[in-house]
Design a protein around this ligand. Structure first.
Ligand code: F3S
Length: 288
């Protein structure tokens, strides 16, 4: 069995920064508004250091960590009104999208966001234009507002999906349309890497949180080239016997998956493979 790791995988710069800031500030009495990143191992480790995850704005006079993919502006305002110290772990690339949207909304542009309308990042971006954005989550039935329009993307969007949506919009629009491709470079590189790797292997393991949007996109891309794709949170989630029939296995991980979880997966796979070989040798001796 040959295990090939995607050359670009795991923690992106924004998540690394957020995790470092959160751990630097971690203590009892510190809160995180929502999961810091979409990875339960990171969230659990923070909890062990005393950081409690909250989903309401009732906290007062405390330190509150704001997660890497941001929150609705009203939540931030309420937490500040209650005299909380905000530890802003929002990725600078997400903040950049906020600024673009805020700027063009004030200039009278309609805002269109291509992304998942339920994802906290998209909800946060939409709040920078008073929740007025048209959100495009699927390619069927795309409608855009009349008048000059600015389009941005969720930073973790699938590049192909974004481009298809833009082409449809350009075909149907009669007014000025400005497009900012705000898919972040880290997302783009991870998607390119798995696109290439999935063409060369018999199976792909994608490691990442259940709620992680960028992890799901990596699995979707891998499926285009390889029919055996397994999306897991950790290697302990899967029966390794499944992999006996494959020769080459590719491994990648979403932007919020720690390197330790990837290493554990590689190590378990290698040990499993060695065990398989030993068993085969033992059996051949028995036959002799
Ligand atoms: Fe930031 Fe891109 Fe990561 S937006 S959080 S660097 S996936």
């Amino acid at each position: 069995m040959e295990i090939i790791l995607a050359d670009v995988r795991g923690f992106c710069g924004g998540v690394k920064r957020a995790v470092k800031m959160a751990f630097d500030n971690a203590a009892k009495g510190v809160y995180s508004y929502g999961d810091l990143v979409h990875n339960e191992f990171v969230v659990k480790e923070l909890e062990e250091k005393g950081v409690l995850t909250i989903d309401d704005t009732n906290i007062e006079n405390s330190k509150v960590i704001i997660r890497s993919h941001g929150v609705h502006k009203k939540i931030l305002d309420k937490l500040e009104e209650k005299n909380n110290e905000i530890i802003n772990c929002v990725c600078p690339k997400v903040e950049k999208v906020y600024n673009i949207v805020d700027n063009f909304y004030k200039k009278g542009y309609n805002i269109v966001i291509i992304g998942n309308n339920k994802h906290p990042e998209v909800i946060g971006i939409n709040s920078r234009c008073n929740d007025s954005a048209t959100i495009i989550s699927n390619l069927e039935d795309i409608k855009i507002p009349k008048g000059k329009t600015l389009i941005v993307s969720q930073t973790t969007n699938n590049v192909d999906f974004f481009e298809k949506a833009i082409n449809i919009i350009k075909d149907i629009s009669k007014d000025e349309v400005l497009v900012y491709n705000t898919i972040c470079n880290a997302t783009f590189k991870r998607q390119e890497s798995i696109r290439n790797l999935s063409k060369k292997v018999d199976a792909v393991i994608v490691i990442g949180g259940k709620k992680s949007s960028n992890t799901k996109k990596l699995a979707e891309i891998a499926k285009l080239n390889c029919k055996n794709v397994f999306l897991i949170q950790s290697i302990n989630d899967i029966d390794l016997n499944i992999f006996k029939k494959f020769n080459k296995i590719g491994i990648t991980a979403g932007a919020s998956t720690p390197e330790s979880v990837i290493k554990e997966a590689v190590c378990r796979m290698e040990n499993f493979d060695k065990g398989e070989m030993m068993e085969a040798i033992d059996n051949s001796f028995k036959r002799i």
